[in-house]
Design a protein around this ligand. Structure first.
Ligand code: AR6
Length: 171
């Protein structure tokens, strides 16, 4: 039985087959969840990331998880919010879709996401939650390996936004 779950927590402690990193296009680390993932994984993660030559917005690249409980880290740069008329919605959908495709390709059963683009990149939370929830549910309808997707929210406000979107979506 496939499932989508929303939880409060720190994604660096989550033992999923893959955790997703809300990265930037250099893939060389940063603040927020990206900084936390690099700190927890250790310096080997940055070493592997250096070999990837960055990643365009909305696409995704995979590395090992090193010292993390997760086997893989899937790095995706979400869009920076610029008012909404710079393809932000489409690019955010692509970040979720391409991350899930990569997880499927690597045989992952469980995948954990942070709330991509809603921190430093300022994507409006309610709109981002709708895109995330819709894209994840659509993907789960046809996935073969991916069975469970977790949305790991770092604060209560983010968790509530995803829970509300999820209940609107399922009703
Ligand atoms: N676990 C789960 N979620 C977290 C964690 C954590 N340990 N830490 C923060 N969050 P952000 P963005 C939440 O800013 O908006 C970086 O510098 C956070 O509260 O990390 O996509 C990159 O290098 C928020 O809800 O990512 C890029 O330059 C969510 O993760 C840029 O930030 C996303 O916030 C990407 O910005």
């Amino acid at each position: 039985m496939k499932s989508f779950q929303i939880m409060l927590g720190d994604i660096t402690t989550v033992a999923a087959d893959a955790i997703v990193n809300a990265a930037n296009t250099t893939l060389l680390g940063g603040g927020g969840v990206d900084g936390a993932i690099h700190r927890a994984a250790g310096p080997e993660l940055l070493e592997e990331c250096r070999k990837l030559n960055g990643c365009p917005t909305g696409e995704a690249k995979i590395t090992k998880g090193y010292r993390l409980p997760a086997k893989y880290v899937i790095h995706t740069p979400g869009p920076v919010w610029q008012g909404g008329d710079h393809r932000e919605a489409e690019l955010l959908e692509n970040s979720y879709k391409n991350s899930l495709k990569l997880a499927e390709l690597h045989g992952c059963r469980t995948v954990a996401f942070p709330s991509i683009s809603t921190g430093v990149y300022r994507f409006p939370l309610d709109q981002a939650a709708k895109i995330a929830v819709r894209t994840i549910h659509r993907f789960l309808e046809t996935s073969e390996r991916v069975q469970e997707v977790w949305m790991v929210c770092f604060d209560e406000r983010t968790k509530q936004a995803y829970e509300k979107t999820e209940s609107d979506f399922s009703s």
